[in-house]
Design a protein around this ligand. Structure first.
Ligand SMILES: NC(=O)c1ccc[n+]([C@@H]2O[C@H](COP(=O)([O-])OP(=O)(O)OC[C@H]3O[C@@H](n4cnc5c(N)ncnc54)[C@H](O)[C@@H]3O)[C@@H](O)[C@H]2O)c1
Length: 315
C-alpha cells in the first residue's frame, strides 16, 4: 500500500458528508472510527461499511468526552440543516462548542491532527461578495440561526486558541452548500427538497421570489478538499473555503430539477424565512493555491447521481 495506514476518528460519521468521508478514507487504506449519536445521521448511511474490519461504528454524543488513540480527527458532528439545528437550539450550540472542546482535548492528549468542519454560515448575510476567508462576516448573534452560526464561529475560535496556546495541529475548512446521495430526505435543504418534491409530484416550494442565489458543490468534491486540507503542510491552519463558485438562482435550480426528473410539479412561492442570506458564493483562490483543489463535478452530473439515490429511497 502506498499510503501509511492511519487511525482516523470521524465525528458525525453516520451523517450525509461523514458517511462519504468514512467511505473514502477506507478506500484510501485507513482505519476509521465513525462516532455518531444518530440525531440526523443513521446506521443505514454506513451499513455497507460494517463488514470492513478497519471500520468501527461507535454510538456516542460528542458533547461527552471520548477517548481513543487516533492520528487524525475530522470533527463533523453537528446538525447542519435549519430544521434540525433549530429543533433543539441549545443542544446545537452545545454540540458545536462542547464537541469542539472535547475533540480538541482529545487531539491534545493523543497529539492528533484535527480538522473542523466549519461553514459558510460564519459569513452570515455577507456584505462582501464573493466571500474571502479574511471577511469576518455579518452574523446576527440573537436570531433563530445563531445557535448554528455562532456555535460554529465559537468552534473556530476554540480551534485557533488551542493552536496558539497549545501549539495544536489544527485545520479549519468552511464548507459551502453541499449536496449528493444520502442527504436526509426530511431536512428541508434546497436540493433534496426540490428533488423529493419533484419525484413525489408535489409543488416545488421556493422561498421568496427565487432570485436569491446559492452555489452548490457535489459531496465528492468536498471530501477531496477535506482530505487535501487535513494532509496539507503543518502550520497551514486555514480557515479555507471549500465550495463551488458556480452560482444559480433558486428558480434556475428548480427548473433544472424539473427538467431532469421529467416531473410535472408546479412552482409555489412562499415567504422568505428570517435571516435567510440573499447571496452566498465562495472565493476559492486559497484552496486552489494551497491545496491545488477545485471542484470538478458539474451540477448536472451531481444532480443526476442525487436524483438516482432519491428515486431508490422513495420507491
Ligand atoms: N451539508 C452542507 O451543505 C454543509 C455546509 C456547511 C457545513 N457543513 C458541516 O458539515 C458537517 C456535516 O454536515 P452534514 O450535511 O453531513 O449533516 P448531517 O446532519 O447529515 O450530519 C451530521 C452528523 O452529526 C451527528 N451528530 C449531531 N449531533 C451530534 C452529537 N451531539 N454527537 C454526535 N454526533 C452528532 C448527526 O447524527 C449526523 O450524523 C456539519 O458539521 C455541518 O455543520 C455542512
Amino acid at each position: 500500500m502506498s499510503v501509511q495506514r492511519k487511525r482516523i476518528l470521524v465525528t458525525g460519521g453516520a451523517g450525509f458528508i461523514g458517511s462519504h468521508l468514512c467511505e473514502r478514507l477506507l478506500v484510501d487504506g485507513h482505519e476509521v472510527i465513525c462516532m455518531d449519536n444518530y440525531f440526523t445521521g443513521s446506521k443505514s448511511n454506513v451499513i455497507h461499511l460494517l463488514d470492513n474490519p478497519y471500520f468501527e461504528l461507535v454510538r456516542h454524543d460528542v458533547t461527552e468526552p471520548y477517548y481513543a488513540e487516533v492520528d487524525q480527527i475530522y470533527n463533523l458532528a453537528c446538525p447542519a440543516s435549519p430544521i434540525h439545528y433549530q429543533y433543539n437550539a441549545i443542544k446545537t450550540i452545545k454540540t458545536s462548542v462542547m464537541g469542539a472542546i472535547n475533540m480538541l482535548g482529545l487531539a491534545k492528549r493523543v497529539k492528533a491532527r484535527i480538522l473542523q468542519a466549519s461553514t459558510s454560515e460564519v459569513y452570515g448575510d455577507p456584505m462582501v461578495h464573493p466571500q474571502f476567508e479574511s471577511y469576518w462576516g455579518n452574523v446576527n448573534p440573537i436570531g433563530i440561526r445563531s445557535c448554528y452560526d455562532e456555535g460554529k464561529r465559537c468552534a473556530e475560535t476554540l480551534f485557533m486558541d488551542y493552536h496558539r496556546q497549545n501549539n495544536l495541529d489544527v485545520k479549519i475548512i468552511r464548507i459551502f452548500n453541499t449536496y449528493g446521495p444520502r442527504m436526509n430526505k426530511h431536512d428541508g435543504r434546497v436540493v433534496s427538497n426540490f428533488i423529493v418534491q419533484a419525484l413525489e409530484g408535489k409543488d416545488i416550494t421556493i422561498y421568496g421570489d427565487g432570485s436569491q442565489t446559492r452555489s452548490f458543490q457535489y459531496v465528492d468534491d468536498l471530501v477531496e478538499g477535506m482530505i487535501r486540507m487535513m494532509n496539507s503542510e503543518e502550520g497551514f491552519v486555514g480557515p479555507i473555503n471549500i465550495g463551488n463558485p458556480g452560482e444559480f438562482t433558486m428558480l434556475q435550480l428548480a427548473q433544472q430539477i424539473l427538467e431532469m426528473t421529467g416531473s410535472s410539479s408546479k412552482i409555489q412561492y412562499l415567504p422568505l424565512p428570517t435571516d435567510d442570506p440573499k447571496q452566498r458564493q465562495p472565493n476559492i483562490e486559497l484552496a486552489e493555491k494551497m491545496l491545488d483543489w477545485r471542484p470538478t463535478v458539474e451540477l448536472t452530473q451531481g444532480l443526476s447521481n442525487t436524483i438516482e439515490y432519491f428515486k431508490k429511497i422513495i420507491s
